[in-house]
Design a protein around this ligand. Structure first.
Ligand code: SF4
Length: 182
């Protein structure tokens, strides 16, 4: 069986494909290692004061594990509002909806749909400034891009992945010491 792609790694891959390899190397280390890294700037959200609010309400599914056979994806959704058929991803603070955020939400959307839950709206929420970003259901060019990234992640090989050209980006990268001593 081919290895599965973790939904949480999509954003890393978009940041720099080589992140995918080093993320796996670091996985056995403490999460604290990651907290300042650009790759995970949106990951803090799930452990916020907001988290407990929904857990007891029946209209929400929260933190549900999902599997998407078609693309070999595994991961967790953040929040699904059954009444409003809305899939929500909460971030601590975002000012720009990076492609990685959208693609992670698409992956959750496809997986949840495959599991039989109807999804009509996709939303990314920025908690600290209470902003909502409506994300269109992927189709056309967005869907094509999503499938292309999934395929690139599936066949990824560190030996074929070039170093990032932007040195400043590498300097801000948590994996720089291992990947590219400067
Ligand atoms: S150090 Fe540079 S090349 Fe290596 S993973 Fe980070 S951004 Fe990519």
């Amino acid at each position: 069986m081919e290895s599965l792609i973790q939904i949480s790694k999509i954003n890393d891959f978009l940041f720099c494909p080589r992140s995918l390899y080093f993320h796996s190397v670091y996985e056995s280390f403490s999460d604290v290692t990651y907290h300042a890294s650009p790759q995970v700037r949106g990951r803090l959200n799930h452990v916020t004061v907001d988290t407990g609010t929904y857990a007891s309400e029946k209209k929400y599914l929260q933190g549900e594990e999902v599997y998407l056979e078609k693309y070999g994806l595994v991961g967790k959704i953040d929040l699904y509002d059954k009444e409003n058929k809305t899939l929500i991803e909460r971030k601590s603070k975002i000012s720009v909806v990076h492609p990685g955020y959208r693609l992670q939400l698409y992956a959750q959307y496809f997986a949840l749909s495959e599991a039989g839950f109807p999804v009509e709206r996709l939303v990314i929420r920025s908690l600290s400034d209470n902003r909502r970003y409506e994300i269109p259901i992927p189709e056309g060019e967005e869907l094509r891009m999503f499938e292309e990234i999934m395929e690139r992640m599936r066949v990824f090989n560190i030996a074929d992945a070039p170093l990032e050209e932007n040195l400043a980006k590498c300097r801000g990268c948590i994996y720089q010491t291992l990947c590219r001593p400067l």
